[in-house]
Design a protein around this ligand. Structure first.
Ligand SMILES: Nc1ncnc2c1ncn2[C@@H]1O[C@H](COP(=O)(O)OP(=O)(O)OP(=O)(O)O)[C@@H](O)[C@H]1O
Length: 224
């Protein structure tokens, strides 16, 4: 994959309904529109339960669009969901790392799955970038929360994605580690011209990005 400028996305009048256990329908997202430019870094904030993770899943193509439309362009050309998936990186709060593998193999896995040469060399380089070269052969279960989060970041970036979707990447981290993780993500995304769509409760992280939106009552307000 080329180290190319980021994927841009446009969401138009997205609506999303979920059915609660009570049987009631909840309109989580209501005719929401959003444009994210190529290489732009945006933060989505909002109260717990406002629908941020659901919106991120929709934008990332992990959840089917019920109403409205979602389009992606890369280098000015329209691209499909399959292309998006191949060129996306994901960083989730729960990390989704494989506990039976060590740090190196967790980071190398996306490269190995695509039969990319020198997967382990590239993975080792990214572990070095996130300050974990000393821990590369350590099983995931023997890493701290912050270290696991940094492995997840290395894994998301190792493929040189054109867009990264991150859900609470600094959740559950202490203030110092959170700020380290935030700086790493901003720095890598900036230098790789990766588009970044981030959901966070961490306002100081949100303020480091190009734009900030707040989700409430199914709609986004442009904060800055
Ligand atoms: N598939 C679903 N079925 C039923 N309810 C759902 C579904 N998905 C989300 N919800 C509900 O929608 C609401 C919003 O969930 P979501 O995880 O998107 O919020 P959030 O803003 O990311 O919250 P938090 O900041 O606490 O992580 C929650 O009340 C959740 O229980």
């Amino acid at each position: 994959m080329q180290n190319s400028p980021g994927i841009a996305l446009t969401a138009t009048k997205l609506s999303h309904q979920v059915t609660l256990n009570s049987g009631n329908e909840l309109n989580l997202i209501n005719e929401l529109s959003l444009t994210v430019q190529s290489g732009e870094h945006i933060a989505i904030t909002g109260a717990s339960g406002s629908g941020k993770s659901t919106l991120l899943s929709l934008l990332a193509g992990l959840e089917s669009v019920q109403q409205g439309s979602l389009t992606f362009t890369h280098g000015g050309r329209s691209v499909e969901q399959r292309y998006l998936r191949q060129h996306s990186g994901f960083v989730f709060q729960q990390f989704h790392l494989l506990p039976e593998l060590d740090a190196l193999n967790n980071v190398a896995l996306p490269l190995k799955l695509r039969a990319i040469k020198d997967a382990e060399v590239k993975a080792a380089q990214w572990l070095d970038n996130v300050g974990l070269s000393e821990r590369k052969n350590q099983p995931i279960s023997k890493l701290s929360g912050g270290e696991q989060q940094r492995v997840a970041i290395a894994r998301a970036f190792v493929n040189k994605p054109s867009i990264i979707f991150a859900d609470e990447p600094t959740g559950n981290l202490d203030e110092h580690t959170a700020s380290e993780v935030a700086s790493l993500m901003c720095q890598f995304a900036r230098s790789n011209q990766t588009t970044l769509v981030l959901v966070t409760h961490n306002l100081s992280f949100a303020q480091q990005l190009d734009s900030q939106y707040c989700l409430a009552n199914g709609a986004l307000t442009h904060v800055r």
